[in-house]
Design a protein around this ligand. Structure first.
Ligand code: PGA
Length: 250
């Protein structure tokens, strides 16, 4: 099976020129990579820039989408617009977006909107703290259940779930997760999905890890932790490090 590497550029870079360089370098890194699907997720304005490049290993993703379809919604971007730009995947429920007010209900509406237009949601779930009582598991369960209201079993097969503990994400990360923590959560997520749908669907879903992924921990999450892929933030905008992450997969 193809592994998945999602490159989340977040609110970087700051100019079209820099974005072009980053696309160019990412595309050239992808040339020698096998059995891996790379999903580049630039900020909205730079989706357009990617039209210059082509590589079968690379797909385009966005970092957000509207809950609405079209019309008078200032500042919103519809799934149709994204599709027209060549986008196939969209990140929803990222910890950084939840912090800015994206609730499970909003995430659910975005997922339904994406599925309607055959875009693949990358649903991020994860707790901000781990408590000794394990109530963080209930929080992740709630995130999954509320986000998937109205999603059919057939549609569920087209959703990628990213386990992204908030404490492991970005510059303020306290540490990266361990492969054991990922493995535990992967089993837990499958159990929750199995309860909502069927064991067969739970077995088939794609679960990736995100949070301080770097060239040194890549192998451990994939080979030992059994992750189907990775969501890379900081190291995806540093071509040297991103190249090293991709090489560690091979
Ligand atoms: P990071 O970000 O790799 O910089 O921790 C991960 C993410 O976007 O969730």
């Amino acid at each position: 099976m193809n592994r998945i590497v999602v490159a989340n550029w977040k609110m970087n870079p700051q100019s079209q020129k820099e974005a072009e360089v980053l696309f160019k370098e990412s595309y050239s890194l992808a040339k020698n990579i096998k059995n891996t699907k790379i999903i580049l997720c630039p900020p909205f304005p730079f989706l357009f820039v990617s039209k210059k490049f082509k590589n079968k290993n690379i797909s385009l993703g966005s970092q957000n989408v509207s809950t609405k379809t079209e019309g008078s919604y200032t500042g919103e971007v519809s799934p149709k617009m994204l599709k027209d730009m060549g986008v196939s995947y969209t990140i929803v429920g990222h910890g950084e977006s939840r912090r800015l007010g994206e609730t499970n209900e909003i995430i659910n509406q975005k997922i339904l909107n994406l599925l309607k237009y055959k875009l693949t949601p990358i649903l991020c779930v994860g707790e901000s703290v781990r408590d000794a009582n394990g109530s963080f598991l209930l929080l992740v369960e709630e995130q999954i259940k509320k986000s998937l209201i109205g999603v059919s079993g057939a549609q569920m097969k087209n959703i990628i779930v990213a386990y992204e503990p908030i404490w492991a994400i970005g510059k303020n990360a306290t540490r990266e997760a361990t492969k054991e923590e990922f493995m535990e959560m992967k089993i837990f997520i499958k159990k929750v999905v199995s309860d909502i749908y069927t064991p067969k669907i739970a077995h088939s879903i794609i679960i990736i890890y995100g949070g301080s992924v770097n060239p040194l921990n890549t192998r451990s999450f994939i080979q030992d932790g059994g992750a189907d892929g990775l969501l890379v933030g900081r190291d995806s905008i540093n071509p040297k490090k991103f190249g090293a992450v991709l090489s560690a997969l091979n």
